[in-house]
Design a protein around this ligand. Structure first.
Ligand code: ZN
Length: 308
């Protein structure tokens, strides 16, 4: 059993940016804000704090450093499962045998958690700079309004580089439109800030130096609107999108994502096809997963490495 480290550095910061405005900052710049389990549960705690604080009306989600997020943490590091108090679903069995562990982890940490944040009742503005890759898109897409800098760029390379059919929170068709979503997924190529604005994936593109001020100005403007009216408007728009099939479609996409992981397990022994990853990433990952194998054999699990 892996012990939970007691001296984990915080990976999420919580600030009061202005009256009625909370600013939550992904604070793992040295890892380009890669999202692992620790960041996920710290972000959830920050979202819970802002949503439960009657003095907060609007939330900004920002990120420290040059890049909003490099995606999910693929370091392959083994971490202790979240405590019962931290978990948000009743699914459980993070340490189960076969694919039960991997499925349970992905279902809560990547799918249901993102869905929960997407449905947070208070408006959330994403403040986005630099690169946003794969899992990083999920952190941005769960927000209601996206303000990005002119140097922002976006890609989902799970299909093109890792043999997994798109990230877990599969919102691509609703963010990009059907045709652009397919090109985005099939090629794994970069979408520029200007193109993201043109297809409606972001609300505003501003110079990098003005990004934080612009997001804050928008948050302060929105915070003048009645908080309860904001909650009801957000719920109405979200429900309208769900009536268009978003939630139902995402269930199929998540199942396909799991088929992708299983296929890779059968083909390569890993939940992703690592053969196309850069050597620097692949070799480290192989080492980390190799080191954990004897323990897995001893405890009868095939925990997949919590990746992609
Ligand atoms: Zn996955």
């Amino acid at each position: 059993m892996t012990e939970r480290p007691t001296t984990e550095a915080p990976q999420v910061r919580y600030e009061l940016a202005a009256p009625k405005v909370a600013r939550i900052v992904l604070d793992r710049a040295e890892k380009r804000n890669a999202q692992g389990q620790a960041m996920t549960y710290q972000l959830d705690a920050a979202m819970r704090r802002a949503c439960h604080d009657d003095d907060i009306t609007v939330i900004i989600l920002a990120a420290a450093g040059d890049h909003f997020s490099a995606g999910h943490d693929v370091s392959g590091q083994r971490v202790a499962p979240p405590t019962s108090a931290e978990r948000v679903s009743l699914w459980g069995e993070f340490g189960g045998p076969g694919w039960e562990s991997g499925y349970s982890y992905e279902k809560e940490v990547f799918l249901e958690m993102t869905e929960r944040w997407r449905n947070a009742p208070k408006p959330v503005i994403a403040e986005v700079q630099g690169s946003v890759i794969s899992g990083g898109l999920m952190l941005m897409w769960m927000c209601d309004i996206i303000v990005c800098s002119d140097d922002a760029r976006f890609r989902d390379n799970t299909g093109s580089d890792m043999g997994v059919p798109g990230v877990e929170f599969f919102n691509h068709p609703y963010e990009l439109g059907v045709r652009r979503a397919k090109e985005f997924l099939f090629t794994g190529g970069w979408l520029s800030a200007a193109d993201a604005l043109a297809c409606g994936m972001v609300n505003r593109v501003v110079p990098r130096a003005q990004l934080s001020a612009n997001a804050l100005d928008l948050a302060v403007t929105i915070a003048r609107t009645d908080r309860f009216a904001l909650k009801l408007m957000k719920e109405s728009v979200n429900n309208a999108q769900d009536q268009m099939g978003r939630r139902q479609a995402m269930r199929t996409s998540f199942a396909n994502h799991q088929i992708g992981h299983q296929h890779n397990m059968l083909q390569y022994g890993y939940p992703i096809d690592i053969s196309r990853l850069p050597d620097s990433v692949r070799l480290k990952l192989e080492q980390a997963l190799k080191a954990r194998r004897p323990q897995q054999q001893a405890d009868g699990t095939t925990a997949p490495g919590k990746i992609a």
